[in-house]
Design a protein around this ligand. Structure first.
Ligand code: PMP
Length: 433
């Protein structure tokens, strides 16, 4: 319509672009797992917003908490402690394995990884940070320096001391053996030999996601994280676990590091913890807290420990526990995965299906034999799906096919999963014709 054309013209004129193209449609409402556009068309949200709306959009109990706290206790001077903040720290600690027990709260994922990196540097007195070659930890200067999937291409030097480690990408690893198995131990040996030769002797921490999401839905093989933990300990390094996307139940466990049988030294949560509102946390041990405090740790951003978002976090954790969200994620995830495996049998361009719980990915190839990446094809299917009423997104990294990320809210029903799979099916069919 003319009105919509005028709206897009206004967006074009006044809304600064940040490297992300505008969506082709205007969303006016988000409720549960559905988005509604200006033409009252429904779109299934299989990305949970920006991977955050774990319990769906506008969950009634969260609306209630926001209403109450915005009216009664919204935001204070950062040193004032309040019930919701202390309650959230205590509640979170009940889910955390010891010795993780102390937390503080901020707004975004970038902020939490930035703070975690700072803590690791202060505690160890060292400055080198290792991250996977397909990592995403944020886009501020410190977190962005550790973001090999995007953040380091911001122009200008990154924070010194940043080192890359081969990501556990078994589908395309040069360490795949002729029998098709993935020799991740040899790859890890190689990775550490490169780190050891490049390091100037100041290794502070390895920052990692337990399942790399933006990196293409890469789950480390069985035993990988345990070995990683041993290698880090050997070098006196901390492990910073960034569970922005995997935390709070999405993968079928409260934290995805539990699948790998390790306990990190520092845990950063964000996206899912606030369920769409800006809330993030950093948790660590009493020993690390003491050590970095002695070294002069200071973190004092405007929204440090805000009561309003902390109250939301309390409600999210309460619902996750009460409604057995981990089990729901595992169950619905299995259904989604089965559906994706069915599609893989039907469409040659689906090279790989991988993921855990309700964080699933499918990798698109452009040639069934060579398994060459199918980036354009992936994007075309994704665009078609949106036209047909399903929002998912594709991540494109060098040397990788367009990897679809499917992560609907954990409140999704079995019928809604089938509905999404049907749209995906139709979209593949359309694009491959
Ligand atoms: N870590 C991970 C694993 C992420 O996926 C993201 C966001 N995509 C971030 C950190 C950064 O979070 P934010 O965009 O909230 O700063």
């Amino acid at each position: 319509t003319e009105e919509q054309a005028m709206f897009f013209a206004k967006a074009d004129k006044y809304l600064m672009r940040t490297g992300v193209p505008f969506s082709p449609t205007i969303i006016v409402k988000a409720k549960g797992i559905r988005l509604f556009d200006v033409n009252n068309r429904q779109i299934l949200d299989f990305t949970s917003g920006q991977m955050s709306s774990l319990l769906g959009h506008s969950h009634p109990e969260i609306i209630e908490v926001v209403r109450k706290y915005v009216a009664e206790l919204d935001h204070l001077l950062s040193n004032m402690i309040t019930h919701p903040v202390v309650d959230l720290a205590e509640r979170l600690s009940r889910f955390l394995p010891l010795p993780l027990e102390k937390s503080f709260f901020l707004n975004t994922g970038s902020e939490s990884t930035e703070a975690a990196i700072k803590i690791a540097k202060l505690y160890t007195g060292r400055f080198e940070i290792v991250a996977f070659a397909a990592s995403y930890h944020g886009l501020t200067q410190g977190s962005g320096s550790a973001t090999y999937s995007a953040g380091r291409r911001n122009g200008g030097p990154c924070i010194p001391g940043q080192l890359a480690f081969p990501a556990p990408y078994g589908y395309r690893s040069p360490f795949r053996k002729p029998d098709g198995s993935y020799d991740w131990e040899a790859e890890m040996d190689f990775g550490w030999s490169m780190i050891d030769c490049q390091s100037v002797g100041s290794l502070a921490a390895f920052i990692m996601e337990p399942i790399l999401s933006t990196g293409g839905i890469l789950e480390p093989p069985h035993g990988y994280l345990q070995r990683m933990s041993i290698e880090c300990k050997k070098r006196g390094m901390l492990i910073i676990m960034d569970e922005a996307q995997t935390g709070v139940g999405r993968t079928g466990r409260m934290f995805a590091f539990e699948h790998g049988n390790i306990v990190p030294d520092i845990l950063a949560l964000s996206k899912t913890l606030g369920c769409g509102l800006p809330l993030a946390s950093v948790s660590t041990t009493a020993e690390i807290e003491r050590g970095c405090k002695e070294a002069g740790f200071l973190w004092l951003t405007t929204h440090l420990n805000d009561p309003l978002t902390a109250a939301v976090g309390n409600k999210v954790l309460e619902i996750v526990e009460r409604d057995n969200i981990c089990e729901a994620a595992a169950e619905h995830g299995a259904q989604l995965r089965e559906g994706l495996l069915r599609l893989q049998k039907k469409y040659w361009c689906i090279g790989d299906v991988r993921g855990r719980g309700l964080l699933q990915g499918i990798e698109i190839i452009s040639d069934a034999k060579s398994k060459a990446p199918g980036i354009e094809l992936g994007q075309a299917v994704c665009d078609r799906a949106l036209t047909c009423g399903l929002s998912c997104n594709v991540v494109n990294l060098p040397g990788m096919g367009g990897v679809f990320r499917l992560a609907p809210p954990v409140t999704v029903s079995a019928e809604e999963i089938e509905e999404g799979l049907e749209i995906l099916d139709k979209s593949f069919d359309f694009v491959l014709q």
